[in-house]
Design a protein around this ligand. Structure first.
Ligand code: V47
Length: 384
């Protein structure tokens, strides 16, 4: 149970369900008891969406009251060249093939400054596993960005990229992380986790590090004081058991390190991937995933409803189903748009505020570490 207790608007409405399993889970939630594997399965399998939403909203409001977070960020996808050929991905290209690109560092610096007028507080940097880019490219990228944009938080590189840098440069994970941190890396995004189940991973991303290695890199980062996020890719060929297993593994590592800030469920986008015969996720599954994550990940401070993945409309409703964050302005995104996303490339700060207010929540602009950001005409201040 959190130290600070917020008024819980969910408690104004009586909880009601015919689902006997949810009645028992309700008792546990009210008592602040941890949910177990069988609870997780029951939550995924219930048809009572409103009762599920009630429970997740209760926990969300106990932790964050009526606040909903967003940030002003920009994504940087420096290369789509990738030695892996994951069936889930429409973004990666083999070196020298049509559509493959790699930005020179000057291009990275130029594009970081373009396309958006409001002061960005975060660069989110993710790319493919390029076989020829030396670690120095990334060190120069980070130090060059810090030099040009000293106030911007650099959130970069998935656990998969870090592991790849280590192998390519014959270094340990710790050595790579220390070098990147020294060059300006502030925290890490949560990508590449996909789903930890070996059975599913062998089909959707067999060229990627396995789940235990992903967790090991996250552990190393957290031990070095580098916070990260965590993701789960859902809505492809995984089952409820795989999803619950994934969440429990994240929860166990978080008990140990407390280094995760936010969990983000990534809904699978099938277009132009090898798995394009699979259907898109439904709105019900998207909201269910948000709610189950909030209830199972009791030690994660934040649950993000990433508007680009979910659409702004579902992300808005998710703020009543357990989410307390809708991510940021983004500006330009390639990974999901290559896989058929029809959402806009970016939203303005004002758009995000409008979405949150229309959901009856109080918008708070945050930096990457969830400190409130205040803006005046000429400056941006972060409350420490
Ligand atoms: O690692 C790739 C996923 C991730 C597809 O930490 C796909 O704040 C759906 O990690 N359909 C990269 N997903 C994005 C990511 C992320 C995004 C937003 C916020 C944060 C954060 C992190 O996108 C990849 C992979 O898991 N992905 N292809 C696809 N076809």
């Amino acid at each position: 149970m959190p130290d600070v207790q917020f008024p819980i608007t969910a408690a104004r409405h009586e909880f009601f369900t015919d689902d006997a399993r949810l009645k028992r889970i309700h008792e546990k939630v009210i008592a602040g008891e941890r949910l177990d594997e069988s609870d997780g399965l029951a939550l995924y399998r219930t048809a009572d969406m409103l009762a599920l939403g009630w429970l997740a909203n209760y926990v969300r409001e106990r932790m964050h009251g009526n606040v909903a977070y967003f940030n002003v960020n920009r994504h940087i996808n420096h290369t789509n060249v990738c030695v892996a050929a994951c069936r889930l991905c429409a973004f990666g290209r083999k070196k020298g093939t049509e559509g493959a690109y790699t930005m020179a560092l000057e291009e990275v610096f130029e594009s970081s400054a373009s396309g958006y007028t409001e002061a960005v507080t975060e660069f989110h940097i993710v790319g493919g596993l390029h076989p020829d880019l030396p670690l120095q490219y990334f060190l120069d990228m980070l130090s060059g960005l810090k030099q040009r944009f000293p106030q911007v938080h650099l959130k970069g590189f998935t656990m998969v990229e870090i592991s790849f840098f280590a192998k390519l440069n014959k270094m340990t994970i710790r050595e790579v992380l220390l070098k990147l941190k020294e060059a300006g890396l502030d925290s890490m995004p949560g990508g590449g986790a996909e789903i930890f189940s070996e059975r599913v991973r062998a089909i959707i991303c067999d060229h990627k590090i396995d789940g235990s290695e992903w967790l090991e890199v996250a552990r190393e980062a957290h031990l070095l004081g580098i916070k990260s996020n965590a993701t789960m890719l859902y809505g492809h060929i995984e089952g409820d058991e795989d999803r619950v297993d994934h969440l429990l593994k994240l929860r166990a590592l978080q008990d140990e390190t407390k280094g995760f800030q936010t969990f983000i469920g990534l809904s699978f986008h099938p277009d132009h991937t090898v798995l394009q015969h699979l259907p898109w996720t439904t709105g019900v599954l998207d909201l269910k995933q948000i709610a189950v994550a909030r209830l199972m990940l009791d030690n994660f401070p934040h649950i993000k409803a990433y508007w680009q993945m979910l659409t702004p409309k579902i992300a808005q409703i998710a703020l009543r189903f357990g989410a307390d964050d809708i991510d940021g302005t983004v500006v330009e995104e390639k990974i999901y748009h290559d896989a058929g996303a029809t959402t806009p490339q970016g939203l303005s700060r004002q758009d995000l505020i409008r979405l949150i207010e229309a959901a009856g929540r109080v918008p708070v602009e945050r930096d990457t570490l969830y400190r409130a950001v205040t803006r005046t005409e000429n400056s941006v201040t972060v409350a420490v």
